[in-house]
Design a protein around this ligand. Structure first.
Ligand SMILES: C[S@@+](CC[C@H](N)C(=O)[O-])C[C@H]1O[C@@H](n2cnc3c(N)ncnc32)[C@H](O)[C@@H]1O
Length: 297
């Protein structure tokens, strides 16, 4: 890597080539600063963001630099390494916990139609939601299984690297203002009851019925660093790997392949696919449009 000094930067700005050289130098410096920040976070706190897709990671890091009222990524690195609470705020910022109940309702409708009949044939069902965020996707699945008469024989493992999101997921408390959207999604997803049966409203929040939670195990698990921990009939990992680079995506596909039982089902997000991964031959599409795959070898 070329070292960058101030003299070089000023002397290169006097021509168009100089300007482009300056831009290259700045990009190079940003790259180095981000590498050092991520290396430090990994070594000190064990959180590994080194193989996240660079463009969106860079935007989020800069956003965090500004929200901490700092002037550079190096200054952020200094604070992160000396102040755990700053590190925790950064993890929140990098975690992107956006989610909703019955997100992509057509997927849940398809799940009822094509996956549930397969699950009926099993004596016991284990489902893993990897990257479950604040739990909306998991409660949606618990409701679906309940309506299909499968919840009692199911164990749902809901994991995320973000402990704060997991805590909210465990509590099962969500903002009341979201219920209109969630009711609409639920009905589009093939819901057969009145959605409000599943929660009790309290001021500005709703709490979901405890019987739904009884079959869910919430636990911290980091897809970048942790190993497989059980065998599953279904794994859902939606809208998580879009933030990873090819190398990390490949690792996670390896983890899922190892963790799925024979003929197990893998559900990806609407913008994700098995294509171009080293595991594409190990699955057949159960529904190509919905990104639902069945492990065949
Ligand atoms: C956009 S949310 C997706 C939530 C839900 N699956 C959905 O589709 O609505 C992405 C989640 O992935 C989690 N995540 C990101 N990197 C992770 C990692 N290395 N290990 C586990 N979870 C991760 C984030 O903390 C966040 O909660």
């Amino acid at each position: 890597m070329t070292p960058i000094d101030h003299e070089q930067i000023t002397s290169t700005t006097e021509s168009p080539q100089g300007e482009s050289q300056l831009a290259t130098n700045l990009a190079e410096r940003e790259h180095i600063e981000i590498d050092l920040l991520l290396e430090g976070m990994h070594r000190l706190y064990g959180y590994d963001f080194r193989n996240y897709a660079r463009a969106s990671l860079t935007r989020r890091i800069w956003h965090h630099v500004h929200s901490e009222k700092l002037g550079s990524i190096s200054a952020l690195q200094e604070r992160v390494l000396h102040d755990r609470s700053c590190f925790e705020r950064l993890v929140q910022n990098l975690s992107i916990p956006v989610t909703e109940m019955f997100r992509d309702p057509h997927l849940f409708r398809m799940f009822r139609e094509k996956v549930v009949p397969l699950l009926r044939t099993y004596p016991y069902i284990r489902i893993w939601h990897a990257g479950c965020s604040t739990g909306e996707e998991v409660y949606s699945m618990a409701i679906l299984l309940h309506e299909e008469g499968l919840l009692d024989k199911a164990r749902i493992y809901a994991t995320d690297m973000n402990n704060r999101s997991l805590q909210q997921a465990r509590e099962g408390v969500f903002g009341i203002e979201r219920m209109q959207l969630y009711t609409k999604n639920y009905l589009e997803a093939g819901g057969t009851r009145s959605f409000s049966e599943y929660y009790t409203a309290r001021y500005q929040s709703v709490i979901f019925q405890p019987f739904l939670r009884k079959h869910i195990i919430f636990a911290e698990h980091n897809l970048a660093t942790d190993r497989s921990f059980n065998e599953f009939n279904v794994i859902l990992c939606r809208n998580v790997m879009i933030y990873f680079d090819d190398k990390l995506r490949e690792r996670v596909h390896g983890l899922f392949h190892e963790s799925l039982s024979r003929f197990g089902i893998l559900v990806l997000g609407s913008k994700e696919s098995m294509q171009f991964t080293g595991y594409s031959d190990s699955y057949e599409p159960l529904d190509r449009m919905e990104k639902v795959y069945r492990k065949i070898n």
